[in-house]
Ligand binder design. Structure first.
Ligand code: UDP
Length: 257
C-alpha cells in the first residue's frame, strides 16, 4: 500500500494528504504538551477520545448551521476534513476567569465574568502565542475587519451551543479555543471552524464537585487525565458503556473499526 503523504506534524495531531483534492486526513496522537512544549507526555487513549469528542461537537455545530471542516470520521484516530487556509489566530471565548486571564488581571479562578469575553492570540510557537488586539490583526493582515467580525459572531454561537451541550451533562464550560480556516469556492471565501474542539482546547469543570475534566489535569499534574476525558465522552453519549473509544484492556491490531 502506498504510504500517505504527510503534510504537517503538530503537537497533538498529524495531517496527511486526503483521498480527494480539497481534503486532508487529521490523525489524533496521544501526545500532550503544555507550557509551549516544555512539558510533554504520552497519554494512552487520549487521541481516540479527542477524535470522537471533536467529531461529536463539530457534527452538532453543523446541525445548528455553523460550518466546520469536519467531513467524516474514518477510524479510531482519523477524520476526513476539508483542506483550509488556517487563519493564524487562536480565538478564545471565556465565561469564567481561569488560566492566563486570571493571572493577567489578578482575578480569582472561578470568578464569573460580567459577559463572555473574546480574545485573539497570534499563532506562533516561537513567541508563545501572544495575546493580540484587533489593531495588530488588521495591521499585519492576519485577518481583515470583516473576518474578525465573522469570527467573533461564530465564536459566540459556538459558545452558546457548547455551554448548553455541556450544561446538559453537568459540566460548566469555563473557556475554550477555536481556530478558523478559509475555504475558497471560486471567487467566494467563507470561514469555517477548523482544528479540533476537545478537552485539550476547553476548560470543563464538573458542576457539582468542581472537578477539572480537561487538559488542566495535565498542566497541573492532577493525574487521571484520560479518565477525565473518558468521563466527558461518556456523559456526552459518545462512548458505548462497554468498549468503544478509549477502552482499557486488549486493543485490536488494526486501528480501523
Ligand atoms: N488553549 C488552547 N491552546 C493554546 C492555548 C489555550 O487550546 O495554545 C485553550 C485552553 O485550553 C483554555 C483556553 O484556550 O481552554 C484559554 O487558555 P488560556 O489563555 O487561559 O491559556 P493557558 O492557561 O491554557 O496557558
Amino acid at each position: 500500500m502506498a504510504r500517505r503523504k504527510q503534510i504537517y506534524e503538530g503537537k497533538a495531531k498529524i495531517l496527511f494528504e486526503g483521498p480527494e483534492p480539497g481534503t486532508i486526513i487529521q490523525y489524533f496522537k496521544d501526545d500532550a504538551t503544555a507550557f509551549n512544549n516544555q512539558k510533554h507526555a504520552i497519554l494512552e487513549g487520549k487521541g481516540v477520545l479527542n477524535n470522537r469528542i471533536s467529531e461529536f461537537v463539530m457534527t452538532g455545530l453543523e446541525r445548528i448551521g455553523v460550518p466546520t471542516h469536519f467531513i467524516k470520521r474514518l477510524n479510531m484516530r482519523e477524520q476526513l476534513v476539508r483542506h483550509v487556509e488556517i487563519v493564524p489566530l487562536e480565538v478564545v471565548v471565556r465565561n469564567v476567569a481561569a488560566g492566563s486571564l486570571s493571572k493577567r488581571l489578578g482575578l480569582e479562578d472561578g470568578t464569573a465574568l460580567p459577559r463572555s469575553i473574546i480574545e485573539f492570540y497570534y499563532k506562533d510557537d516561537k513567541l508563545g502565542d501572544p495575546l493580540v488586539a484587533e489593531e495588530h490583526i488588521t495591521a499585519f493582515s492576519w485577518a481583515n475587519p470583516q473576518e474578525i467580525d465573522d469570527m467573533m459572531a461564530l465564536a459566540l454561537r459556538i459558545n452558546d451551543f457548547l455551554s448548553g451541550l455541556f450544561a446538559g451533562v453537568g459540566i460548566k464550560l469555563v473557556d475554550f479555543k477555536v481556530e478558523f480556516g478559509r475555504q475558497y469556492d471560486g471567487d467566494l471565501m467563507r470561514l469555517i471552524v477548523a482544528d479540533e474542539i476537545s478537552p485539550d482546547s476547553c476548560r470543563l469543570w464538573d458542576m457539582e464537585t468542581g472537578d477539572i475534566m480537561d487538559k488542566d489535569r495535565f498542566r497541573k499534574d492532577l493525574g487521571n487525565v484520560t479518565d477525565a476525558y473518558r468521563e466527558v465522552a461518556k456523559r456526552l453519549g459518545v462512548l458505548r458503556e462497554n468498549g468503544g473509544a478509549g477502552q482499557k484492556g486488549p486493543v485490536l491490531v488494526s486501528d480501523n473499526e
